[in-house]
Design a protein around this ligand. Sequence first.
Ligand code: SF4
Length: 345
Amino acid sequence: MRFSMPYEQGPIRPPSEAYSLLVRVTRNCPWNKCEFCGVYEGAKFELRSVEEIKEDILRAAAFHAQRGVAVKTAFLQDANSVIMRTKDLVEVIKFLKETFPGIERVTSYGRSHTLAKRSVEELKELKDAGLSRIHVGLETGYGELLEYVKKGCTPEQHVTAGQRVKEAGITLSEYVMPGLGGKKWWREHATETARVLNRIDPDFIRIRSMSAKPGTPIHDKQERGEWERLNDEEIIREEQLFIQTLEGINSYFASDHMLNLLMELNGKFPEDKDELLGIIERYLELPQEEKFNFSIGRRLGYYMRLDDRENEEARTHVDIAVERLQRNFDGDMETAIIKCMEQMI
Ligand code: SF4
């Protein structure tokens, strides 16, 4: 996939890498079977040669130098770049750092299945070359659900991968997907995911709420009634149980994805755990009408935090939108919220 840049870029990066230089070291996803994911649908995985990547890095350097842009962070695309031979990836990262001496952070996605096969020594080689952070799509720590959504790894592989990354001194960011277990497995998903993370103690736990994208296998299952989605309130109850079960960790918890309802769930464990639970309590205690109002305001981009409901201008816009949606959806606000969410994915 090529965009307007003079060097190749892939389609996605984590939200926290929004301002990073994107360096495409592999194309697409070597697994490409997760049932909730349509990012690389139909796209074949390819390794790029070290020479080809270096040429891209040089083109990126010339492009940014021309514009006087200082590059401080870089993200290695696409879905699982650590699948490259360690020796090759080390060469690429070293070259990237030599070409952009101002780079302070180099990050990549990594699948647990792949990372669990790397030794701590290999991961240390990557760390010494300059790889500072790995983002892992953990999604869930519940084995049955990992199989159900075809994640291609086990809870034990998640734990091994995470522990090795940490032992190598690389910052570890684990992505969890609230709502993935649907109505059937929300409890197991919350508690087992927390237990896996308790064993890993990653630097970051980031949440990205589930929303079944049309065209994905899980959306088809939803249409056939085989997988039942949770509504906003149910997802927050699941997050409550998840956070309650997280123990003995020192992770930073971040809600930094626009699909999440409560974007203010950010804090450091263990000291901020009660505060996070307090935010959830505050939401759960809202009257039903206020919960709907907040959900609509979030999905339409007027609110970020619970307190934003007190902003007069935002509130007026949301009240008008709620009235309109009530008319259009015959008072079925659950469906109205789903439709608003579908516009976001
Ligand atoms: S490993 Fe990641 S990119 Fe690949 S299919 Fe699964 S979620 Fe999508």
